[in-house]
Design a protein around this ligand. Structure first.
Ligand code: BYC
Ligand code: FE
Ligand code: FE
Length: 473
């Protein structure tokens, strides 16, 4: 059991105080981070007390404490899940060897690249969400936004700790660049596409935490069994926090659905009539879902990828639930039947399994997304409304991989440009949708009150009532 040092500048359970050079390097990065938070974190709420959960240990029960803090005073710490010194590498070419406590020289570049890519998403999401508090539908929701934001900040800390500790000078340089790239900046963008997309409204935010944070879940799962033990332990603890982000998305959209149904029972299913009542009609919600799902599908990379084969072979990045779910962990003799598209026709091809690891992970992700859709459809059904939400086919609206540059409808049927043009406004949010959604986004700050377009949640946070002052404005 590692002890937690909660007193030093950077709370940690990695015995930071025993490595003065590292401690100094991180303490040098800290003010740069705070400066970035000041410039790119949530605007205008730095002086407010927010009811936040802060990680203070890695015990499975009681790892967090709740209390009102100002966000810049949040204790961003470095916490790794408990290690096991006898741990063996569970997959890939190094299966059965002792897990690495240092970076294997031959894999240094691959590993750095994976860590930097993971790291880059964390501050990106904070940047994408920085204006949303101004239009929060309640104090409860505003607090959840801030909770997600500070934890994404902590995830950045988790990755920067690895870069500083294990990658020397170039690790420190990467850590600085993580504070320099900017979401959506054409000259200096974030690395992955979705993290440059604007998160303009709370409907975007809820879809983002539902579908894009869920990519985080699966990427972290696949790194949580990495042969590089510090990475595995970091990711395992990050997953604990990640669950809340997806809760925010799943229940956030669920409450939008609930409200839409209540209104539909009164005025019928005509979207115009639903909008007249200040709710979000379900076809519009579906278009937002289609956008964020298709963009997030891109986050798994190409269907057939030599990078993914390299990472798996090198025992750096496995599959989700690698040890528990699979019998064979070499993936050497096996192949995967994947669907292929040559620009004209869809067919099937056997691909060496290691080259199909991106697709394996994407499939797990799609299955998990479907469970979320089912949960929303149960709400609709319980309300007695005749409507079903759905996932778009994985081929729909892709920018990465073999389907990129071609047109497919929601069912994944190849279509020509004219059919796309004819269907697009029914499939993806239109400017008219966005203007309407924007018009709903007004800040509600009275404790216990909620905006017209969203139902209240069934209960508050950490046993507190709904009218608790989650943010003291
Ligand atoms: N956008 O072989 P390919 C989270 C690039 S989310 C732009 O297809 P590979 C969070 C790729 O980099 C979890 N570029 O892909 C969520 C490569 O570039 P180069 C984040 C893309 O490498 C919410 C080229 O295309 N973690 O934590 O097998 C809030 C061809 O590469 C994209 C990770 O992603 C894209 N979508 O797989 C906060 C884990 N996709 O070499 C946080 C680490 C691919 O031509 N990352 N490219 O320059 C990885 O494991 C892999 O880099 C990827 C891509 C799975 C992302
Ligand atoms: Fe994260
Ligand atoms: Fe997250």
């Amino acid at each position: 059991m590692t002890t937690i040092d909660y007193e030093s500048k950077i709370p940690n359970n990695v015995e930071l105080s025993s490595d003065k050079r590292l401690q100094r390097a991180l303490e040098h990065w800290l003010p740069q981070y705070l400066q970035w938070w000041h410039e790119m974190g949530p605007t205008d709420f730095e002086t407010k007390d927010v009811y936040l959960r802060t990680a203070i240990s890695v015990d499975s029960d009681g790892w967090a404490q709740f209390g009102h803090v100002k966000m810049p005073d949040y204790r961003w710490g470095i916490f790794l899940a408990e290690g096991n010194k006898d741990r063996k590498i569970p997959f890939g070419d190094h299966m059965g060897e002792d897990a690495w406590q240092q970076v294997p020289g031959e894999y240094r570049n691959w590993l750095r690249r994976v860590i930097v890519t993971q790291a880059d998403t964390e501050p990106a999401s904070v940047e994408q969400q920085r204006l949303l508090a101004h239009t929060a539908p309640s104090l409860y929701d505003m607090r959840n936004l801030f909770q997600v934001n500070v934890e994404e900040g902590r995830h950045l800390w988790a990755m920067v700790y690895l870069l500083h500790t294990y990658f020397g000078k170039d690790g420190r340089e990467e850590a600085e660049e993580l504070l320099e790239r900017r979401s959506g900046n054409p000259d200096h963008p974030r690395i992955l596409g979705t993290f440059n997309e604007p998160c303009r409204s709370w409907l975007d935010f809820f879809c983002f935490t539902m579908f894009t944070d869920r990519d985080g879940k699966f990427q972290l799962l696949s790194l949580a069994e990495s042969g590089f033990d510090p990475l595995a332990r970091t990711c395992r603890f990050m997953l604990t926090e990640e669950a809340h982000h997806m809760f925010v998305g799943q229940t956030g959209v669920g409450r939008v659905v609930q409200r839409a149904c209540e209104v539909m029972k009164e005025v019928g299913r005509d979207p115009k009539a639903v909008r007249e009542q200040g709710a979000i009609d379900l076809p519009t919600l579906q278009r937002y879902v289609n956008f964020w799902v298709s963009s997030s599908n891109d986050l798994y990379g190409a269907e057939v990828s030599s990078n993914s084969a390299n990472y798996f072979g090198a025992s750096l990045k496995g599959r989700a639930w690698e040890e528990k779910k699979y019998d064979d962990h070499t993936a050497l003799e096996q192949s995967k039947d994947i669907e292929t598209w040559d620009g004209k026709t869809l067919s099937h091809e056997e691909v060496p399994l290691r080259n199909a690891m991106n697709e394996v992970l994407r499939e797990e992700y799609i299955e998990d997304n479907q469970k979320g859709i089912n949960y929303w459809n149960r709400i609709i059904k319980e309300q007695g409304v005749d409507f079903e939400l759905r996932l778009p086919n994985r081929r729909f609206n892709r920018n990465i991989g073999m389907y990129a540059g071609y047109r497919f409808d929601l069912d994944g049927k190849p279509i020509d440009e004219a059919a796309w043009k004819a269907g697009e406004s029914a499939w993806l949010p239109t400017e008219d949708d966005r203007v309407y959604i924007d018009s709903l986004m007004v800040k509600v700050t009275e404790p216990g009150k909620f905006a017209s377009w969203i139902a209240p949640p069934p209960k508050g946070i950490n046993g507190n009532p709904l009218d608790f002052e989650y943010v003291r404005l």
